[in-house]
Design a binder for this molecule. Structure first.
Ligand code: ZN
Length: 129
């Protein structure tokens, strides 16, 4: 299965929990695993709080401190050295257990798509087993 999203900013965190939950519901899978994966080198998937939007802003700010823009060798190629580093730190996937036909997420957890070099159209691959 695949989702497509259009990001609006260079850096953006998009909550995709509801879309993934709907796919799990449709699949009728009671117990199993849900893999969420992005086939991109400057985007990532993470699980974090989706209630207070400041959490996402802090998360992006922390990554900017670790990997500031414009100081990397790769910037000579396409100006996005920082985006590759951020994507590598966060990683391209998460696996969430499915219990009783639902994602076994904690109360404050949401599945977040992380854009580090937008805006552009992105693919998210979902595999349920
Ligand atoms: Zn690049």
């Amino acid at each position: 299965m695949e989702l497509k999203i259009k990001t609006k900013k260079r850096e953006e965190i998009v909550d995709i929990t509801i879309q993934i939950e709907n796919l799990v519901k449709k699949s009728k899978l009671k117990e199993g695993l849900c893999l969420v994966y992005v086939p991109h080198a400057t985007a990532a998937i993470t699980i974090n709080e989706n209630y207070d939007p400041a959490v996402c802003e802090d998360f992006l700010e922390a990554l900017r401190k670790i990997a500031p823009k414009g100081i990397w060798k790769h910037d000579k190629i396409d100006g996005n050295g920082d985006a590759h580093i951020k994507a590598a730190i966060i990683g391209p996937s998460e696996v969430i257990p499915i219990k009783n036909s639902k994602l076994a997420l904690g109360r404050w957890q949401g599945i977040m798509f992380c854009e580090f070099d937008g805006p552009r159209e992105r693919r998210i691959i979902i595999n349920l087993k």
